[in-house]
Design a protein around this ligand. Structure first.
Ligand code: GTP
Ligand code: MG
Length: 536
């Protein structure tokens, strides 16, 4: 493997050895192709795994399979060739339904009819978990760790998407592609956002793009002699065409898509989308179209996530902390989004001395000719070969980085300064919105335009409080039976409950009730007081 300052970090070596030869695109293609060879089968939970596999193997070699539970048992089965899917479909029937009628759409979502006389003396298959731990379970798990660094690493492992969950996400995209493909056979439905940017946690939504680029690719082939064009229907704008395509596909998903429920067309949004729930997987899905920049942003975050293991640990921690304190929300509004938070972590890591992450301009400089990418006039070029990136040696611990993250944003001059990961520098704010984070690729836009002053102040107040808590070594002393370290930062805050008004008061009176409770618990558990009240 390549020699770089990072080789000194054992976790990094493990990651790069597995992934360094593959670019983001190559990884996505591989997963997409796997999904096309896969089926999703609803089955009885007491299924005999061996009989099931033997039976399916009649259609071809099975590469991989797993079971999971989501209001019933399901199996994902990946064959080694697509012909197996055709063969399996040949032997599958449209059900005869009583009192109702079936839409005869043949998808790769199947139901297994198990013969009645099966013995139940066989072992149950192992079901893979697809749902996240609760905050309480996380807190419990973290409190058993010996250091904050271990806590943050453990947090990532507990929250991150599993291999099976990622496969299921790609499979759901592939199932949707079968529906959209009825209109646009060359279309591809690709996941983006946290499914692929390496910061996804179990339970996060599946963001999808309907990619129609393949259609234009074929029409650009120059033939000799006569040149023909398709006669096409026209729309008033790119946006209008996107809306019309999404509305028809939304309707089709609603009426023909097995397992797709609660379909909403949200076509007036800045980025028009179709939202629905895919019941068999339990995923909330957002289907957009004509959204190539978002895909590039996902690649960029993925790349940053691969460069140093501390990036993912810090992003997972900050996202979890923000969610626990309702800084972020699953409902859209004036809140900071996970995307903005991630960019803030990247920016913070670019500011370390020496920097842990390179600037976006640097990633552009390192790009090769095949990396060139311009989307609607925006240069979105970034290097795809990770091995071209050399990093400086920075050995800061996660604990130190977390502490400094809170101090950095607790004291950041948000009123006059914007966050810019392209330059890796603070810049003068071009407009007066509360929080200005330059869109990495559409550089005239602000990704956090939605955030209002109140929400920003809540974030700043919580950063200060958490920074202060992390300085109280006594309070953060290990205590296996009650939340300590990072777990203590997830406890309800004095600031969030009482709102921003309490901030001034808290500055004068830092021993908040929350800290008092912690102290009390230490007193009780330790038999004697080990902590003394600190001053902010
Ligand atoms: P989750 O909260 O875990 O779903 O994180 P996410 O990264 O998937 O975020 P979300 O589902 O809100 O958005 C999906 C993707 O859309 C993000 O990863 C970004 O690439 C992009 N995106 C989201 N919000 C914005 C925005 O305000 N501006 C731009 N340019 N892109 C955005
Ligand atoms: Mg998302």
């Amino acid at each position: 493997s390549r020699a770089s300052p990072l080789s000194t970090c054992p976790i990094f070596v493990l990651i790069t050895q597995a992934k360094e030869s593959k670019t983001f695109q190559a990884i996505q293609e591989e997963r997409r192709e796997q999904a096309e060879r896969s089926v999703l089968i609803s089955c009885p939970s007491k299924i005999n795994e061996n009989t099931f596999l033997d039976d399916l193997s009649k259609h071809g070699t099975i590469n991989k399979h797993f079971f999971y539970n989501s209001y019933g048992a399901y199996a994902v089965v990946e064959f080694s060739s697509r012909e197996s899917i055709a063969s399996l479909k040949e032997s599958t029937n449209i059900p005869a339904v009583e009192h109702e009628a079936a839409v005869p759409f043949k998808s790769r979502l199947l139901s297994l009819k198990w013969p009645g006389s099966q013995s139940s003396n066989h072992p149950m298959p192992k079901f893979k978990v697809q749902s996240p731990l609760s905050i309480n379970e996380i807190s419990q798990l973290l409190s058993e760790k010996d250091s904050i660094d271990e806590q943050l690493q453990c947090l990532t492992e507990a929250l991150e998407l599993t291999e099976e969950n990622v496969r299921l996400r790609f499979l759901v995209c592939s199932l949707l592609q079968d529906i959209a493909g009825a209109y646009f056979p060359e279309c591809i439905i690709r996941p983006f956002g946290s499914t692929v940017n390496s910061f996804g946690k179990l339970g996060c939504d599946v963001d999808m793009i309907l990619d129609l680029d393949g259609i234009y690719a074929t029409s650009q082939k120059k033939g000799s002699g006569l040149s023909l064009e398709y006669q096409v229907k026209r729309g008033a704008s790119e946006r209008a065409v996107t809306q019309s395509i999404l509305s028809v596909i939304g309707k089709c998903v609603d009426q023909f898509g097995p397992g797709c429920v609660g379909v909403q067309n949200i076509l007036q949004a800045r980025c028009p989308l179709v939202r629905f729930a895919h019941q068999p997987s339990g995923f909330q899905c957002d289907l957009t179209a004509n959204n190539r920049v978002a895909m590039k942003s996902s690649e960029l975050l993925f790349l940053y996530g691969q460069l140093d293991p501390r990036v993912r640990h810090l992003v997972f921690s900050v996202r979890c902390w923000a969610r626990a304190h309702s800084i972020t929300s699953s409902i859209p509004g004036a809140w900071i989004t996970n995307f903005s938070l991630t960019v803030m972590v990247v920016f913070f890591l670019q500011q370390r001395n020496p920097p842990i992450l390179p600037t976006l301009d640097r990633l552009k400089e390192l790009a090769g000719p095949s990396d060139k990418c311009v989307i609607e006039g925006n240069d979105c070029t970034i290097v795809s070969d990770l091995s071209k990136i050399t990093l400086q040696q920075n050995t800061d611990t996660l604990e130190k980085l977390l502490q400094e993250f809170f101090e950095f944003y607790g004291n950041f001059p948000f009123n006059k300064t914007s966050i810019n990961i392209r330059k890796g520098k603070e810049q003068t704010k071009p407009e007066t919105t509360a929080l200005y984070i330059q869109n990495p690729f559409e550089t005239t836009l602000n990704i956090s335009k939605n955030v209002n002053a109140t929400q920003l102040e809540r974030f700043v107040a919580l950063c200060r409080e958490s920074a202060w808590l992390l300085q109280q070594k006594e309070i953060l002393n290990q205590c296996p039976d009650s939340p300590w370290g990072f777990a203590a930062l997830l406890l309800p805050s004095v600031t969030s409950g009482a709102g921003v008004k309490s901030r001034r008061k808290r500055k004068l009176e830092p021993a908040s009730s929350r800290i008092k409770n912690l102290l009390d618990s230490l007193k009780i558990k330790g038999g004697e007081t080990v902590a003394k009240k600190g001053n902010a």
